[in-house]
Design a protein around this ligand. Structure first.
Ligand code: HEC
Ligand code: HEC
Ligand code: HEC
Length: 425
């Protein structure tokens, strides 16, 4: 039913597209190319750094593949994208691209032939990058060894595979424009905002999406990742992952090592830390932290209601507590206090009390590591419990840690665990 409605809406939009294509804004008057004759080597080095901050490699490299040669699959609700090769190979990469072509991709989301790119490439955020930074990234990419690698095409479902539809999407959801500094704020704050909103593309994961894959609702207000069973918590709600009441040093620590005594980065966030954020200069890490801390508070993305402590609930929690003692306590402590630098505290840990328990279920099923970083080169691991505990037991132990030691969270059911096990959403 829902699908039928979406298809009808899309059909309408295709009609609309016919009108919209001609009025798509003409490419913005070309900005002045860098006039400063800065040393090319310096520019490439700067570009290498910026490419890390933007985590271009994370998407444009397949597992075990050549850096930046593409071929990485991105599953989304409309199909699977296969990222293009952005090494300077003439045939299969971007060897024939000019600085202007590259700028148009980042700033305006258009390919070299002028056709619109899918926003799975987060140009909705990269549009905020300055021309100077775009040129530096381009100089860096062009300095890489060209890799000849032709990647398979995207596998996008009808009707989303019709590229002209992207024009419609853009008319609704794409706002082009470089980041505009706010005069009332400090340079440091503006730098942080530039990084978080632009290159860092935090918004791409931490903002909810509508059925068309466009961000909706509060910016950085939390949302489930497209095509994956992870929830990126709200960076603006104190019940989720806002850092408004954290000391700056703790925020910097979380961003650059993935571990602070209040939280640990796991799953896709661990990749963001190890591939990107750990490389931030100390000035940039601080700027990002200053900006994140300043974000105005909003309500949590979703709110769960903790159970009233009836006798029955108490019994369930007791069984969960026994499982905790047997399987978890050695590492996480008898009061859920964890061990600094090694095992995260579970008491007061917002990550495990989120209304949506999917991240915590995943941690318990699959285990995991905090990211490997220079600051934390050999992170302690969490063993997987998928083979050790059944759904019912995982539900019990999770319900327990969500409600022990002053924690408050909804009870988790075996059905929810089963859904995660099967990779469903
Ligand atoms: C979240 C994943 C993701 C990230 C991060 C990402 N890209 Fe991409 N990129 C894509 C996808 C997917 C496409 C293809 C979109 C399409 O098919 O329309 C793409 C397309 C491109 C293109 C157009 C290539 C062509 O052949 O048309 C360029 C250039 C590009 N990306 C550069 C970058 C740079 C530079 C960065 C880092 C600043 C970056 N990308 C980060 C996913 C990503
Ligand atoms: C590829 C998707 C993705 C991107 C990009 C991303 N995040 Fe996350 N982030 C997640 C997910 C998923 C989680 C939940 C898992 C966890 O708690 O580590 C998360 C968790 C967090 C947390 C809470 C950690 C905790 O456990 O309390 C913070 C803070 C955070 N992200 C900040 C950022 C910032 C800042 C950026 C941009 C520089 C960013 N994220 C970019 C997916 C992403
Ligand atoms: C051998 C030590 C060890 C044992 C045993 C262990 N854990 Fe963990 N746990 C860790 C480490 C290390 C991490 C951080 C790594 C990560 O997040 O992937 C972690 C992370 C977690 C997280 C994610 C926390 C967050 O902030 O995202 C949860 C939830 C969790 N453990 C619950 C449990 C439960 C429940 C059990 C028992 C069934 C258990 N752990 C047993 C070491 C352990």
């Amino acid at each position: 039913m829902k699908r039928a409605i979406i298809v009808t809406v899309i059909a309408g939009l295709i009609g609309l597209a016919m009108f919209l294509i001609p009025v798509d804004p003409p490419p913005e008057a070309k900005e002045q190319s860098m006039t400063k004759t800065d040393n090319i080597v310096q520019r490439q080095a700067r570009g290498a750094y910026l490419a890390q901050v933007g985590n271009c490699m994370g998407c444009h490299t397949m597992q075990g593949g050549q850096p930046y040669a593409g071929g990485h699959s991105l599953a989304t609700s409309i199909g699977t994208f296969v990222t293009p090769n952005i090494t300077p190979d003439q045939e299969t990469g971007i060897g024939r691209w000019s600085e202007d072509d590259f700028w148009r991709a980042l700033h305006d989301g258009k390919g070299r032939n002028g056709s619109p790119l899918y926003p799975a490439f987060p140009y909705t955020e990269y549009t905020k990058i300055t021309r100077e930074d775009s040129n530096a990234i381009f100089a860096y990419l062009q300095s890489l060894p060209p890799i000849q690698q032709r990647n398979p095409p995207n596998r996008i479902n009808f009707p989303f595979n019709l590229r002209p539809l992207i024009y419609v999407w853009r008319a609704f959801y794409f706002e082009q424009g470089i980041y505009q500094p706010q005069a009332a704020k400090s340079d440091e704050w503006n730098r942080g905002a530039y990084l978080v909103q632009g290159l860092g593309h935090c918004n791409a994961c931490h903002t909810a999406r509508n059925p068309f894959g466009a961000s909706q609702g509060n910016i950085l207000g939390g949302g489930q990742l497209m095509g994956s069973n992870w929830y990126a918590p709200s960076l603006t709600s104190l019940q989720e992952a806002s850092t408004a009441d954290w000391p700056i040093e703790d925020i910097i620590e979380l961003l650059t090592t993935g571990l602070s005594y209040r939280a640990v980065a796991t799953g896709p966030m661990a990749d963001v830390v190890s591939q990107s954020l750990q490389h931030l200069t100390s000035d940039d890490a601080r700027a990002m932290a200053v900006y994140l801390k300043s974000l105005p508070e909003t309500d949590p993305h979703s709110r769960g209601v903790a159970p009233p402590l009836t006798e029955e609930v108490d019994k369930l929690l007791q069984r969960g507590g026994e499982l905790y003692e047997t399987h978890c306590q050695d590492c996480h402590g008898n009061l859920g206090q964890g061990a600094p630098g090694a095992y995260p505290a579970l008491t007061g840990n917002r990550g495990i009390m989120l209304a949506s328990p999917i991240n915590a279920i995943r941690s318990i099923l699959n285990g995991g590591y905090a990211p490997v970083t220079i600051g934390n080169p050999r992170p302690y691991g969490m063993p997987p419990f998928a083979q050790v505990l059944h759904d019912e037991e995982i539900a019990l132990v999770l319900s327990y840690i969500r409600n022990a030691w002053g924690n408050r969270g909804t009870l988790v059911s075996a059905v929810q665990v089963d859904r995660s096990r099967k990779g469903a959403q």
